[in-house]
Write a new protein. Structure first.
Length: 128
């Protein structure tokens, strides 16, 4: 199963979410994506990470082959502008980042290399 639910006031980014998800996690992995804003993600971040602040992405593994990913489009837009980066590319990067967490990766140079490799694979050129 694969679903995308847009709870934000923004237009859904043009990202091949399903194609990227299947490449990284496989076709059998059940993923729910929630596109949201600051309020919801801050509540989740406070509850599950004890950080009372909004963030860009949160990943929640639910079972071995099931997870949920929250992307905060308002926060991602602000970050994109600050970094002078294309919002679709930055959203794709954060989506990949979240998927790699669901796959079991922790923040590391290995994860960073995998993110860059996947961005290139899906046509998002590395921005400096």
């Amino acid at each position: 199963m694969f679903t995308v639910k847009n709870l934000s006031k923004r237009t859904s980014p043009r990202i091949p979410f399903k194609k990227i998800k299947e490449h990284i996690l496989g076709k059998r992995y059940s993923l729910s994506i929630v596109l949201c804003g600051d309020t919801l993600i801050q509540k989740l971040n406070t509850t599950y990470r004890k950080k009372n602040t909004p963030t860009n992405v949160l990943s929640f593994p639910l079972e071995k082959n099931e997870g949920e990913l929250f992307l905060n489009l308002a926060y991602i837009k602000k970050e994109s502008d600050k970094l002078r980066q294309n919002m679709n590319r930055h959203t794709a990067y954060l989506f990949i980042h979240g998927l790699l967490h669901l796959k079991g990766y922790a923040h590391s140079s290995t994860m960073k290399k995998e993110e860059e490799k996947l961005l290139r694979y899906f046509g998002y050129q590395t921005e400096k």
